[in-house]
Ligand binder design. Structure first.
Ligand SMILES: Nc1nc2c(ncn2[C@@H]2O[C@H](COP(=O)(O)OP(=O)(O)OP(=O)(O)O)[C@@H](O)[C@H]2O)c(=O)[nH]1
Length: 625
């Protein structure tokens, strides 16, 4: 038995780094990370059973509603080994829950940089999926130890034996070493916690060296200002220190320092290997950048830690307030969200159709939807977002290069070459659907890089695909063609020269910049016809006839017409109940607020996002299923 510790020994700042284990849980979406995290919170006693709720760590409303994790979370939990030779040994676990969606891979890599180990969680009824692989590779890149775990063993459809083989094949080792758990019932979770202490290595750092801590997340809190999450690598930061950001040299007073367990708990200090938060009272969101190194002003470190790769926006869209006077509020809201989200990029732009707004860069469509939803909910803004597009690079005949993040900026002069971003996509699918997946990828201008059998019935297909071809509804199509069995992951893989043209959409003879799109030449006609037809159904009839045209330059390639009519909301109201009539007219007026005048034509907000998705147009193309 190890010696009994005095009660203060587990306190932040006083914990022996040898007892700390920093780990992440990585998994494909829906394989049960958040549920497993819930069980760990309960078993380690940091959450009172009466206060337990599902997905405890998913704090944002959107996360709960959609059942997905967007932001990483870090929680400190005490654990005493229960079984085996080392029973009774006390440890402090810092668990970092990470998001699973492909848009948020950068959050995963940031969190993993703060860990020594990763629990690789796989659904025992599903097996390895595309993001299992992607996350595993990220963990290996960060030199993490891996504990393979099969989850959901309580499900009747679980096949732990089969998938333990698959997992062992993937990471090497014995299938018997895969730990089997149920996040739902808690079975196997205490053993997993024991193994985390036994298998993962404690953090190493120099306790006597000048302090260095890495910022792995930074959140703006309306009540507390900027809350910065750090992992201390060397030295010690105490509540009385003045801290210094190494990239800018800015010095700040520390108002508070502490750990998350699972609410904020103030502490005296944070020592080597510890994970916690700092509050400095800084209001400017750009002062506390993710990836920066924090040191102490009175005894600064000489060298910063290696930062993170800055996430690069992949998809651009214009965000415009419906009410033009909200423009300054939108700017402020974006400033605040940016702190939470290093990947969000924005700059002001004006649109002939939509007025003043921002061109915003996102990691993908889900990211876009979430930012828009947060702006609307948390900042009370009514917004229109334009059809998303990727970033193009056009080289003009005179050699000048133009980077196009907005199709309306596409140069009109002679263009020698246009480059578009491509991704390396990995699709995992059961054998039966290989044909369907190949057909889809080929239809999207993909070229096959390779194909491997992971097991007798599971195939990994690797493709190069233009990013533009997958951002709209590729995932939905993939799911529907494979009855939901295929999974997708992709990473940027440079660019390629392509034969692209700009298609303009004209409403009532006026080009609507927000609807312009850059598409492959072979698809331009199809695109024009589809969008024109779609807009005809999305734009309500007006009091005059509205032609919708699609054109390349001055050549019209498609045309539809919206016939004239005024919607008479009072048609069904006979008799003289004036209050009811007034109510209906009020309601009609309300509805119109979400319309935008484009020239003389009223365009509903949905048209802007729905026009380019080839599903029902409800903007869910990037959703999780
Ligand atoms: N039967 C059973 N269901 C589980 C288990 N663990 C999780 N689930 C269910 O699987 C679904 C996904 O679980 P989550 O914990 O939200 O998955 P996640 O991996 O955190 O998902 P993201 O945060 O979106 O990446 C939920 O409906 C859970 O109730 C388990 O051990 N057994």
């Amino acid at each position: 038995m190890p010696p009994k510790l005095d009660p203060g020994a587990n306190a932040p700042g006083a914990t022996d780094p040898g007892r700390i284990r920093n780990f992440g849980i990585i998994a494909h979406i829906d394989h049960g990370k958040s549920t497993l995290a819930d069980r760990m919170l309960q078993l380690t006693g940091v959450v009172d059973p009466r206060q337990m709720r599902a997905q405890y760590l998913d704090r944002m409303d959107i996360e709960r509603e959609r059942g997905i994790t967007i932001k990483s979370q870090a929680v400190r939990m005490p654990w005493t080994i229960r079984e085996g030779e080392r029973a009774g040994e006390q440890a402090v676990l810092n668990m970092i829950d990470t998001p699973g969606h492909v848009d948020f891979t950068y959050e995963v890599s940031r969190s993993l940089a703060a860990c020594e180990g990763a629990v690789l969680l796989v659904d025992a009824a599903q097996g390895i999926e595309a993001q299992t692989l992607a996350n595993l590779y990220l963990a290996l890149e960060n030199d993490l130890r891996i504990i393979p775990v099969l989850n959901k063993i309580d499900l009747p459809a679980a096949q732990p034996e089969k998938y333990a083989e698959e997992l062992a094949h993937l990471i090497g080792g014995d299938p018997a070493d895969c730990i089997r758990v149920s996040g739902k019932t808690g079975e196997g979770v205490p053993y997993l916690l024991d193994e985390i202490v036994r298998q993962f290595i404690p953090p190493v750092g120099e306790a006597e060296a000048p302090a260095r801590a890495m910022i792995f997340d930074s959140v703006y809190d309306v009540y507390r200002g900027v809350v910065t999450y750090v992992r201390v690598i060397d030295g010690r930061i105490s509540a009385r220190d003045r801290i210094k950001m190494m990239s800018t040299g800015a010095v700040h007073e520390l108002l508070e320092i502490g750990v998350i367990s699972p609410e904020m708990v103030k502490a005296e200090a944070l020592g080597v290997g510890e994970v916690g938060y700092l509050i400095t009272g800084v209001k400017d969101v750009r002062q506390s950048r993710v990836g920066d190194t924090v040191t102490i002003n009175s005894r600064p470190a000489a060298e910063a830690l290696g930062g993170y790769k800055d996430p690069k926006p992949m998809v651009y869209s214009g965000l415009y307030p419906i009410d033009g006077s909200d423009y300054p509020n939108l700017r402020e809201a974006l400033d605040k969200l940016k702190l939470n989200d290093a990947a969000l990029d924005y700059e002001p732009e004006t649109s002939g159709a939509l007025g003043f707004g921002f061109r915003c860069g996102f990691l993908g469509l889900l990211h876009l939807e979430i930012i828009r939803e947060r702006l609307e909910r948390e900042y009370n803004l009514d917004l229109i977002s334009t059809a998303p597009n990727v970033v193009y690079r056009a080289i003009q005949d005179d050699g000048e290069e133009i980077v196009v993040t907005n199709p309306s900026e596409y140069p009109t002069g002679k263009i020698a070459e246009v480059y578009e971003p491509v991704v390396r996509a990995t699709v995992l699918t059961p054998n039966d659907y290989v044909g369907a997946v190949m057909e889809l990828c080929q239809g999207r201008r993909g070229s096959l890089l390779g194909m491997d059998y992971l097991s007798a019935d599971r195939v990994e297909l690797r493709y190069t695909l233009p990013l533009a071809e997958i951002i709209y509804d590729f995932f939905d199509q993939l799911k529907s063609r494979t009855k939901g069995y295929a999974s997708l992951d992709y990473e940027p893989s440079g660019e390629q020269a392509s034969d692209l043209v700009k298609v303009d959409i004209l409403l009532h003879g006026e080009p609507v910049d927000a609807f312009s799109a850059i598409v492959h030449k072979d698809k331009a006609y199809n695109y024009g016809v589809t969008i024109a037809a779609k807009l005809r159904t999305l734009i309500p009839r007006q009091q005059f006839e509205v032609p919708i045209q699609a054109a390349i330059g001055s050549r019209v390639i498609a045309r539809e017409t919206i016939r004239a009519i005024r919607k008479d909301v009072l048609a069904k109201c006979y008799g003289g109940d004036i209050s009811r009539k007034r109510k209906l007219l009020e309601k009609q007026k309300e509805g119109k607020k979400r319309m935008k005048m484009v020239g003389r034509v009223e365009v509903p907000q949905e048209a802007f996002i729905a026009a380019l998705s080839s599903d029902s147009g409800d903007g869910k193309a990037a959703g999780k299923k």
